[in-house]
Design a protein around this ligand. Structure first.
Ligand code: ADP
Ligand code: ZN
Ligand code: ZN
Length: 825
């Protein structure tokens, strides 16, 4: 007897759970977990879904058939599915949402493929069944149809098998049934035909061309040179390269092809150029301190404990990573090395590449879809000698199809860019890495000069092992940190624009000694506030509840939330006065002012605005690294993983900005940022200098930065967190209620809070307007739930879902969006 099989599939939509479909008998051997199938979901829509489970028990309701199986072999493995499930449960989103983020869109399909009637055949009703005839008839009427349209018009469900038959019978043509978006990259190559491999023939060809066709002769010469024709292994030549080298035309080349001198062929090539390993790369000898740290890390790994490596800036953490990677690969396993997106600079990539060459792949958001799919398959087939063993990537690199991970490294583990804000899943890659390592039975190493309070706490309760590097490599002293009081500077008039006299002197001295300077300002643009001096008018964004920021380059005021921009008005739109002034300053203004003080010094700026183009970031770094640029002005971007030997002075122009985030993590962030910036100074040989300008020179956090006192910082923060119930002592789940109508937002948030309080009582805080209470025309209100660690999490999450569901069913609230964020940052 034949068994009837069913599959549970994940649909790429924010719908709860998996859905059951029936498998046509003939595909019983083909269905497999991790393969993609085409299913109909909702009224008439087709989706690419992923098989999550194959089962024999029929569902209670009648199941629709799957329409097609796309893959010969699964694209997703079991460990990936387990990771998706964990992420979806922990971060409270649907598995469809997780799949959408996890799969490169090159692996998702377009069901918009067109089908056409084959005009050369006449169809005769007698040889067609009713369904076939109906479809062909509609095609005759409409010319062409997409698959979705065909389903709608013919009201036929199982249409893909039907289309297949019609294609086979020659009645219709398709642009490929369901077209894969992933198009391999091809190039045209030129090769000489066998006939001209003989010296004699080649010579007579030469003579002929010399007289009659000089253009063709040029092509032939170029070919011989490019292919290394007279060597042992001549190579085929790329058509474009050949034409370029010979400065020739298609016509000349076609003539030679016609004469059967050359053949032309199209081949698929790798899009990702493999990285080249240094010929003589050797692992450096570790210092005694590094050696000790290395063996401590291994000791904890042997106990299956995650390790936090707390190493001061420039202590050689990266060198330790390279060691560990090397060992893991030698043991036949894969390594995932996570970095914050903007730390994935050429500098970092080159440093690691030197050792691992083409075994390494890089994955970040500047890569296009096709490149992602290629890396995907190279990671998947890692057992093949030629494939990827090490992935250096930003957080989304977690989703590649590893099947044999031995080690996960999370560098700069404190960095907030490990958290995904939008869309769901709102996961934190650092925390997810801990689970992922468990899943793969892999080791996991978190590294930072300024560990997050959470991770350090985990070492104190023995959940993580703690390994420390207290000294900079090579005995270089930590930079000398000097705090400058801006209040005093203003009073003494010893300040020019935003630069204190101390700073100006120090810049001059550094440049005189042939060294470089980094100036840090965490705000971009030219000036923060524009306002009318007469009536106090401030320009606001039309769509968001924030004031606009002046950008000098295009003389516009812009919204940093939605990009909305308008020219600066000549007169105040409220009172008509012309006294519009600008106050505060961003990177652009710093750049302009420093150029006035040091007019002959080459200066560059690095922020979101100056790095929008694809290679801009690299160019700035290159110019700085080569020593051409002497002063670099930047935002957070200049703090991550920068290792420049000639930077001797780093200045934080306004430290107060760094300590004023309206969040319980403000001081933690401020401390981390300042220490990281300071860490860019004096990384080799000579002791560097840091100047911190502030209106609060006696601020506790600034003192801790100055004294390099991480432990004092940790003690102060952790006792505060305990006293006021903040992580790591409680878990925070934040719930954001959004609607385009302010009143609806208010009422929905109020209603939801009442429901939540019934379950969670005073653990519920709010609702409150966030700092920016309207973004892109949506009004926002936030509710916070603080859960003690002893409360069972899954029950709480269910209670939250229930409350949200009930609220959204109330009349008037159906369009209300609710965004849930677990462990918000
Ligand atoms: P971190 O990652 O802790 O900031 P790095 O690994 O970047 O520190 O090391 C700082 C500098 O010291 C780098 O230029 C690095 O090449 C060098 N360095 C660190 N350890 C060694 C070593 N064992 N041998 C030679 N150079 C080293
Ligand atoms: Zn005015
Ligand atoms: Zn806006």
């Amino acid at each position: 007897m034949r068994t009837t099989l069913f599959v549970n599939v994940i649909i790429p939509l924010p719908v709860e759970g998996v859905f059951t479909y029936r498998v046509p008998f003939e595909w019983n051997d083909k269905v497999e977990v991790g393969k993609r199938v085409i299913v109909q979901f909702g009224r008439k829509k087709l989706y690419t879904a992923l098989i999550e489970e194959v089962i024999e028990t029929p569902p209670k309701q009648q199941a629709k058939y799957i329409l097609d199986i796309i893959d010969e072999v699964p694209v997703v493995n079991d460990l990936q599915l387990k990771l998706w499930k964990w992420i979806s449960e922990y971060y409270m989103c649907t598995i469809g949402e997780t799949m959408n983020v996890a799969l490169p869109s090159g692996l998702k399909l377009a069901s918009e493929t067109k089908i056409y009637l084959n005009t050369e055949v006449n169809f005769d009703k007698s040889i067609l069944n009713e369904r076939e005839f109906a479809l062909l008839n509609s095609l005759k009427t409409y010319g062409s149809l997409t698959i979705n349209e065909a389903i709608k018009i013919t009201e036929q469900q199982k249409i893909i098998p039907l289309l297949n038959t019609l294609v086979e019978k020659g009645f219709i043509q398709t642009e490929e049934l369901i077209k894969e978006r992933f198009q391999p990259k091809t190039v045209t190559i030129i090769e000489i035909t066998k006939k001209y491999n003989s010296e004699e023939n080649l010579k007579s060809l030469f003579d002929k061309l010399e007289k009659k066709a000089p253009k063709q002769l040029a092509l032939l010469m170029a070919y011989l040179q490019l292919s290394k024709f007279f060597s042992e292994n001549p190579l085929p030549v790329e058509k474009t390269e050949l034409l370029k080298t010979a400065s020739s035309t298609n016509a000349a080349l076609n003539a030679l092809i016609k004469k059967e001198v050359f053949t032309e062929d199209t081949v698929v090539v790798d899009r990702l150029k493999p990285f080249e390993k240094d010929k003589y790369s050797r692992l450096p000898k570790l210092s005694d301190e590094q050696e000790t740290a290395f063996s401590e890390i291994k000791k904890y790994f042997a106990e299956n404990k995650p390790v936090l490596l707390h190493g001061v800036t420039s202590s050689g953490k990266t060198e330790l990573y390279i060691r560990l990677i090397n060992e893991t690969i030698a043991a036949g396993k894969q390594v995932l090395y996570l970095l914050p997106e903007i730390a994935l600079t050429t500098q970092m990539v080159n440093r690691v590449k030197r050792h691992f060459g083409d075994m390494m792949g890089v994955y970040h958001s500047k890569y296009n879809e096709n490149e992602r799919v290629e890396l995907w398959s190279k990671v998947k087939n890692h057992n093949n000698d030629e494939n990827i063993k090490l992935v250096l990537g930003a957080r989304s690199a977690m989703f590649l199809p590893y099947n044999n991970l031995g080690l996960i490294i999370v560098d700069e583990e404190h960095d907030t860019s490990y958290k995904q804000y939008d869309p769901a899943p709102r996961y934190n890659a650092r925390d997810t890495a801990i689970y992922m390592a468990m899943l793969h039975k892999a080791d996991v190493l978190l590294g930072s000069a300024t560990p997050s309070i959470e991770s350090y706490y985990n070492t104190q309760i023995n959940k993580f092992g703690l390994v420390e590097l207290k000294n900079r490599y090579g005995g270089v002293k930590p930079p000398n940190i000097e705090v400058v009081d801006l209040k005093k500077a203003h009073k003494n008039r010893s300040i020019k624009s935003v630069f204190s006299q101390e700073l100006i002197n120090e810049i001059q001295k550094t440049l005189d000694n042939g060294y470089q300077v980094i100036l840090f300002q965490n705000r971009r643009g030219f000036s923060l506030h524009i306002h009318c001096q007469t009536c106090g008018w401030i320009p606001y964004c039309l769509h968001c509840d924030v004031s606009l920021v002046y950008h000098k380059k295009d003389n516009k005021m812009r919204c940093h939330y939605c990009g909305y921009g308008v020219p600066v008005p000549d007169r105040c739109p409220e009172c008509g006065n012309t006294a519009i002034i600008m106050k505060g300053y961003g990177t652009e203004k710093v750049e302009e002012d420093i150029k006035q003080i040091f007019p002959d010094v080459p200066t560059l700026r690095m922020d979101l605005d100056s790095t929008r183009q694809k290679m801009a970031h690299q160019k700035i770094i290159q110019s700085f690294e080569s020593g051409k640029t002497k002063i670099l002005i930047g935002t957070q971007m200049v703090t991550k993983g920068f290792d420049f030997g000639k930077v001797m002075l780093v200045a934080i122009l306004n430290a107060d900005n760094l300590l004023s985030y309206p969040d319980f993590r403000a001081f933690e962030r401020g401390y981390q940022m300042m220490v990281q910036i300071a860490g860019r100074a004096g990384r080799r040989d000579v002791e560097g200098k840091v100047i911190i300008q502030t209106y609060n020179p006696s601020h506790n956090i600034i003192n801790m930065v100055k004294n390099n006192d991480y432990h004092g910082f940790y003690d102060a923060i952790i006792s505060e967190r305990q006293e006021y119930f903040y992580p790591p002592f409680v878990k925070i789940i934040s719930i954001s209620v959004r609607h385009s109508n302010q009143m609806v937002t208010d009422n929905a948030a109020k209603e939801l809070t009442i429901m939540l309080k019934k379950v969670f009582a005073n653990r519920v805080l709010g609702p409150e307007y966030p700092n920016v209470s309207k973004i892109r025309n949506f009004y926002i209100k936030n509710i916070i739930i603080k859960l003690e660690k002893t409360i069972p999490l899954s029950k709480s999450k269910q209670a939250i879902f229930d409350a949200v569901g009930r609220m959204q069913k109330l009349s008037g609230f159906t369009g209300v969006r609710v965004i849930i964020d677990v462990d918000p940052m």
